[in-house]
Each structure stands twice: as structure tokens, then as C-alpha cells.
Design a protein around this ligand. Structure first.
Ligand code: NAD
Length: 480
């Protein structure tokens, strides 16, 4: 496919050795529908081998390594990722259909995660606890042991960075199951880790189908934690499987995140965020802002400005670096097209435009619907495509009620100059992250991230993830 691929994509990494699986799967380039590569279709036997190798690493060099030395290796991995940003971006553009600029940002974020967690590895400390006379009590933060990581196709590099990076920083050994639709940067990352000196077995990568390799990992009796990012349906299955072994789970499951635009908002500042948060990565973003709630006084102004911006959105093959690339697959296109068909009773305010004839890729035109009732399916369900709905409101109470009316609660933002309103709404909005007069804050790796409700539970990113990827031991010493 591309000169950037410097490794054999058909192999899995288990215990430091690249090996073939019994079967392979085809990866397709979403920009043109052509075959991109064949990857391993790992099975439960391969997951078993990977879990065993991870335990061996925990019992060996990796488990004995000091926190400072772990951090040094992670930092070195981050530097190696930075040196290969362009190659990684090109691989991701082919594999995910992600426009080059966005793919590049993901590669830089991966490097940044490794730098952040490299620096943090030796800064996670326990407490001393004042207790009864004659006792000294303290807490130890310890790794879970072997952690499983089931990763989706939409942001492979960022999600690997935030979950594997934090897990390794705490001294866990990881088994990573990337998505069957896109896993080349996961394999590239594993090669980079090996080259940077990560001990054998600390990171194992087993690509494969979800119901086979993924299900085997989630149900494995010998893992101590599992981190899952993906759909609600699969997340519930993963939680059930892990529950049978009483294994703790972090779930990051998507959302229907609103931006609330009040009459006193700075519309010039808001506009790029209102649009970009909906169409970035062709809307296939768990924290995409798919609902734009606008107070009636500025409703028409916001609609007109967004419509103008939509008309300028170019859609085309990822390597041409358009604003919007293809969706991940023809299957995902069918899902999004079916949602668009359900919008037949609504008014379309604007759409983007195709660059040339793109008959063979999984393309969908970015679409902005206006005056959408809050209970309409397009205003309620996660679409995972470049589709946004405009919902007018009159009062702050009504805005909060609409914002909190879906089953999700991942991200929300408030555009208003009124400080008191900002403070009120940060408390009233049901979400894991609330942004004031911005959206996403540039995605900072330092910022804890995760949801409430069906957006999931547990937190990744920032220091908070280090607590999630570790367990607390209380030690009480009686010395009289
Ligand atoms: P999915 O949840 O099925 O897949 C995500 C990951 O889970 C992949 O690695 C997959 O192989 C694995 N998986 C699938 N079935 C599994 C099982 N039974 N046990 C363990 N692991 C399993 O998502 P999808 O089918 O790729 O996409 C479907 C929908 O999910 C999308 O339309 C979108 O709405 C949503 N989605 C959300 C996110 C997110 O970031 N929140 C990411 C991808 C997809």
C-alpha cells in the first residue's frame, strides 16, 4: 500500500516474538475500497498465549523494573513516535481514512501520551494515615498485573496512547486487541516499543475479530483489569464477561454531546468549534458534538454561519487531506445512511461537497439539520457520522433539560459570557467533561476523560488514569 509500512502486518506480537495466526483478515482502504493488507485473525489460543507472556513479563524484568526506568522507556517510545509522525500519519490515513492533518495530530498525541506517562511513572505515591497510638499506616499504589485493552478503529493511536501508556506507566503488562477494521498503527507502535527497549511481554498485540479475540480477552480468567472503548452493545458484553471473573472494567462508550449556545455567546469564537466538533474524523468520534442547542435570539445567526461553514467542507480521499474523509467502512456508511433516511421529515440547513467522483469509498456528505425536536431519533441516538442537529431553546432550564435528556453523558460545552451561568451549568450538566467557551480544550492528554450513564464509567487520561490502572494496598504496622 504505502512505503510507510516497514513491518509485516500479518503477524501478532506475543512475548516479544512476532508470529502468525492460523487465519488472516483483510483490511480495506476506506478511501477507495481496495485491499490494504492482511492482518492476523487471532483466536482464544493466541489470547491465552499473550496473557501467559504478559504474566511472565510481570514476574520478570518488567515487573522488577523501577518506576523511573519504566518512565525512561516510555519517554523514549514517545520520542521514537515523534520521529515517525509522518509515517504513522500516512499509515493511519490509508487504514482509517483519516485526513492526513488529523492523522498527524493523532500520532503527535500518541507521542505526547507516552511523554506524559513516562514523566508520571515515578510520581504516583501513596499516603501515610494518622491512626491509633502504636501504629504506622501507609498505602501503596500497585499495578493490577495483566491488563486487557480492546480498542476501536476511530482513534487507534490516541486510544492506545491513553490506555496502554497509563497501564505500562503503572507497571502492568498489557494485552492489546486492536479493531479488525484498522490495526496497522497498533502494530507499528508495538514495533516502536520493542525498538525502544520495552521488555518482551510487557506489550502483546493480538489483532482479530471482536467476537473471537476480543471476547476471549474480556472473558479471560487470568487478566486483572480490562479497558474497553467502543459501542454500548459490545461494552455491556465486555462488562458481563469480566464480571464473571470479578475483573474491574473501564468503559468508554460514546455519546451525544451537546454544545449550548446562549444569546450572549461570542459567535465568532464559537463557530469553528461548533462545526469541527461534529465533523472531525467524519463524526466518528466518541466525544463528537452532534447536538447544537441554540438560544432563540441567536438561532438564525448560528444556523446561517454554520450553514456557510458546512458548504465549505470538502469530502474526499484521506491522502488528499480534505476536511472530511470517508467513513471507516461500507458497513458504517450503511448505518449512517439509514440515520440520514430517518431525517426525511427534517429540514437540511446545509451539506458539505464531494471533491470529484468518489464512487468506491465509504463517503457521506456532512449534513446539518435544523429545528430538530429534542426527542427525534437524530437528536437522541449516536450516529457516528458527520451529522449535526440544531435544536432551538428559550431558557437556561430548558437548555439543561434537553442537554441531559439522552442516555449518554460524555462531554458538554457552554458558550456564554455570563460567569454565574457558566458556574451553574458546570454543575447541572450531566457529563464527564464540561467546557466553557471552547470544546475539547485541544484534547489535552492531561485532562481526565470518561462518561456517565451509557457513555461508560472509569476515567482515562491524565493522572486519574494511573489510579484506574493500579490498585491501592493499605499497610498497617503495629510497633507498640
Ligand atoms: P464495537 O464496539 O463492536 O468494536 C470495538 C472493539 O470491540 C473492536 O476492537 C472489536 O473488535 C471489539 N469487539 C467486538 N465485539 C466484541 C466482543 N463480543 N467482545 C469483545 N470485544 C469485541 O464497535 P463497532 O462494531 O466497530 O462499531 C459499532 C458502533 O459502535 C459504531 O457505529 C459507533 O456508534 C460505536 N463506536 C463507538 C466508539 C467510541 O469511541 N465510543 C468507537 C467505535 C465504535
Amino acid at each position: 500500500m504505502t512505503q510507510a509500512l516497514w513491518f509485516d502486518p500479518s503477524l501478532m506480537l506475543i512475548g516479544g516474538t512476532w508470529r502468525a495466526a492460523q487465519d488472516t483478515l483483510t483490511l480495506t482502504n476506506p478511501s477507495d475500497g481496495t485491499e490494504l493488507a492482511r492482518i492476523a485473525a487471532g483466536q482464544s489460543v493466541d489470547i491465552d498465549a499473550a496473557v501467559t507472556a504478559a504474566h511472565a513479563a510481570r514476574d520478570g524484568d518488567w515487573g522488577r523494573m523501577s518506576a523511573a526506568e519504566r518512565g525512561r522507556i516510555l519517554t523514549k517510545i514517545g520520542q521514537a513516535v515523534l520521529a515517525r509522525v509522518d509515517e504513522l500519519a500516512e499509515i493511519e490515513a490509508h487504514d482509517v481514512g483519516k485526513p492526513l492533518t488529523q492523522a498527524r495530530a493523532d500520532a503527535i498525541a500518541l507521542a505526547r501520551y507516552m511523554e506524559f506517562y513516562g514523566g508520571a511513572a515515578d510520581k504516583v505515591m501513596g499516603d501515610t494515615i494518622p491512626y491509633l497510638d502504636g501504629y504506622t499506616v501507609y498505602t501503596l499504589r500497585e499495578p493490577h498485573g495483566v491488563t486487557g485493552h480492546i480498542v476501536p478503529w476511530n482513534y487507534p493511536m490516541q486510544i492506545i496512547g491513553r490506555s496502554v501508556g497509563a497501564a505500562l506507566a503503572m507497571g502492568n503488562a498489557c494485552v492489546l486487541k486492536p479493531a479488525e477494521e484498522a490495526c496497522l498503527t497498533a502494530l507499528a507502535f508495538a514495533h516502536i516499543c520493542q525498538d525502544a527497549g520495552l521488555p518482551d511481554g510487557a506489550l502483546n498485540v493480538v489483532p482479530g475479530r471482536g467476537p473471537e479475540a476480543g471476547a476471549a480477552l474480556a472473558a479471560h480468567p487470568n487478566i486483572q483489569h480490562i479497558s474497553f472503548t467502543g459501542s454500548v452493545r459490545t461494552g455491556a458484553l465486555v462488562q458481563q464477561a469480566a464480571g464473571a471473573n470479578v475483573v474491574p472494567v473501564t468503559l468508554e462508550l460514546g455519546g451525544k454531546s451537546p454544545q449550548l449556545v446562549f444569546d450572549d455567546a461570542d459567535l465568532d469564537a464559537a463557530l469553528p468549534f461548533l462545526v469541527n466538533a461534529g465533523i472531525q474524523n467524519a463524526g466518528q468520534t466518541c466525544s463528537a458534538s452532534s447536538r447544537i442547542l441554540v438560544q432563540r435570539g441567536v438561532y438564525e445567526a448560528v444556523r446561517d454561519r454554520m450553514a456557510k461553514a458546512y458548504a465549505e467542507l470538502s469530502v474526499g480521499p484521506a491522502m488528499g487531506d480534505p476536511r472530511v474523509g470517508p467513513l471507516i467502512s461500507s458497513r458504517q456508511k450503511q448505518i449512517v445512511d439509514a440515520f440520514l433516511a430517518q431525517g426525511g421529515d427534517l429540514t437540511i440547513a446545509a451539506q458539505g461537497h464531494m471533491l470529484g467522483d468518489q464512487n468506491s469509498g465509504a463517503y457521506v456528505l456532512p449534513t446539518l439539520f435544523e429545528n430538530v425536536p429534542p426527542d427525534h431519533v437524530l437528536a437522541r441516538d449516536e450516529i457516528f457520522g458527520p451529522v449535526q442537529v440544531l435544536i432551538p431553546f428559550d431558557t437556561e432550564d430548558e437548555a439543561v433539560q434537553i442537554a441531559n435528556s439522552t442516555e449518554y453523558g460524555l462531554v458538554a460545552s457552554v458558550w456564554s459570557a455570563n460567569g454565574a451561568r457558566q458556574m451553574r451549568l458546570t454543575k447541572r450538566l450531566r457529563a464527564g467533561q464540561v467546557f466553557l467557551n471552547n470544546y475539547g480544550a485541544g484534547g489535552g492528554v492531561e485532562l481526565p476523560f470518561g462518561g456517565v450513564g451509557k457513555s461508560g464509567h472509569g476515567r482515562e487520561k491524565g493522572f486519574e488514569a494511573l489510579y484506574g490502572f493500579s490498585t491501592l494496598k493499605t499497610v498497617a504496622a503495629y510497633h507498640g
